[in-house]
Design a protein around this ligand. Structure first.
Ligand code: BGC
Length: 457
């Protein structure tokens, strides 16, 4: 194993409660490679990356981190890191190449081996069933615009639960339905590359319905399992120089589309009012059917929260604009990641206490299922250590304020395929040379290892 730079001292962090789960996250398309091996069917990402101009420099996930062939090496890295749990995603088209019907045993075998390797290393497998790589065959039938996809998702959850549910006890259904709807179906900058703007809204409901139906399927297949969902959440902020009523209305409107649309139905059994977005009534013109919300609001064992940064908004400049807000830049001189995202750790405390204020006792225990940052290539990633340390401290502050947070999974274990940015954004505790596959732990790896060890001692 290559030697890393020396560990970095960071501010000592408060101790999180006993049993707090320390983890790291990845996703199938971003790390596995082996895009058409062992009977895997194509996903929407296999298609999208071939669209000219879709991904920076034409990068694809065909090879990615080659995790499919380096599973043991990667689990060894995790063991060395001292992880309690590893969040990965299962590629739906590896398990069901057409999204439904015929099961590919070699696909399931891969996850079976991964689960056994993790358990052998004392690491709890925490799979996500859908991290955006929909089987292309289902996209050809309308993808998540088609209600039937929700039922196919439950079928896939049952097949997977029956195969590995004897050993896998913590499951995550969907990853960030907000981002998938917005980037994939509203703006078209992610797969499947549709630019439908507000006509993408049924994608929210069909994903959430899929979550509800998959939850029931998992409860049947894994009666002693826990089921979570990973929602991307962003506290909404106004600039200090813009506090008119219109600005406040813009902030509420943004909050509805980014946060409440995906949390309210899960935790309260109803959607926020979307009449301003072309959804005239509670049934969204027939999209939301009798019984759907009850399925979606089935009790969760935990809410997964992915946090990167707050969102600043103002009232729209153009009163005739389609959306009732404009995105804005903060005036504060925040540090920036290489993605140009502002580094705002206190946004995570604000987010967690805000969830508690909004949902009260309906909020199940929270797990941070993603948090991390893109930094320049190189092993001495002091800025990543500062980012992680600041955000973990922000979690500890939320816990001290009474929010029940049970775990923290950093994004990401490895540098990987960062969607439309290809291999240009590096989120890993471990640097990956994409030409050779060589993994080299960064200083942040050693820092996180030390943090986990000290929190346990
Ligand atoms: C996604 C990850 C992604 C990360 C950084 C999250 O929205 O779940 O797949 O790599 O953000 O952009």
């Amino acid at each position: 194993m290559p030697v890393t730079t020396s560990p970095i001292d960071a501010t000592p962090l408060p101790r999180l409660p006993a049993g707090f789960v320390w983890g790291a996250s990845t996703a199938a398309y971003q790390i596995e490679g082996a895009a058409d091996e062992d009977g895997k069917g194509p996903s929407v990402w296999d298609t999208f990356v071939r669209r000219p101009g879709a991904v920076r420099d034409g990068h694809t996930g065909d090879f990615a981190c080659d995790h499919y062939h380096r599973l043991d090496e990667d689990v060894e890295l995790m063991r060395r890191l001292g992880l309690d749990a590893y969040r990965f995603s299962i590629s739906w088209p590896r398990v069901l190449p057409n999204g439904t019907g015929k099961v590919e045993p070699r696909g399931l075998d891969f996850y079976d081996r991964l689960v056994d390797a993790l358990l052998g290393a004392g690491i709890e497998p925490t799979p996500t069933l859908f991290h955006w790589d929909l089987p292309q065959a289902l996209e050809d039938e309308g993808g998540w615009l088609n209600r039937d996809t929700a039922h196919r998702f439950a079928e896939y959850a049952a097949v997977t639960g029956e195969r590995i549910g004897d050993r896998v006890k913590r499951w995550i259904t969907l990853n960030e339905p907000f981002v998938h709807m917005t980037y994939g179906y509203a703006f078209g900058v992610h797969a499947p590359g549709r630019a439908l703007m507000l006509d993408a809204l049924p994608v929210a409901h069909h994903q959430l319905l899929g979550h509800g139906l998959a939850t029931a399927a998992l409860r049947a297949a894994v009666p002693d399992g826990q089921v979570l969902i990973a929602n991307n959440c962003s506290p909404v902020r106004l600039r200090s120089d813009a506090r008119s009523d219109q600005d406040s209305a813009a902030a509420s409107a943004y909050d509805v589309l980014h946060n409440r649309l995906f949390n309210d139905p899960l935790l309260t059994g109803s959607y926020p009012d979307l009449s301003a977005y072309g959804m005239p009534d509670r049934s969204w013109g027939g999209v939301v059917r009798e019984g759907d919300l009850a399925a979606i609001a089935a009790p969760l064992d935990g809410l997964g929260v992915n946090y990167y940064n707050p969102t600043w908004v103002t009232a729209p400049n153009d009163p005739a604009a389609l959306l009732p807000f404009d995105l804005a830049e903060p005036e504060e001189p925040y540090q920036r990641t290489t993605f140009d995202w502002p580094v705002v750790p206190d946004g995570l405390t604000e987010l967690l206490t805000g969830l508690k204020d909004r949902y009260g006792d309906a909020l199940p225990p929270v797990t941070i299922t993603e948090n991390g940052c893109a930094q320049p290539t190189g092993l001495d990633d002091r800025a990543r250590v500062d980012y992680l340390s600041g955000h973990i401290d922000a979690v500890a502050r939320a816990v001290a304020l009474g929010v029940d947070v049970r775990g923290y999974f950093t994004w990401s274990l490895l540098d990987n395929f960062e969607w439309a940015e290809g291999y240009h954004q590096r989120f890993g505790l471990v640097e990956v040379d994409f030409a050779t596959g060589l993994r080299t732990p960064r200083a942040s790896f050693e820092w996180y290892r030390g943090l986990i060890a000290s929190q346990r001692s």
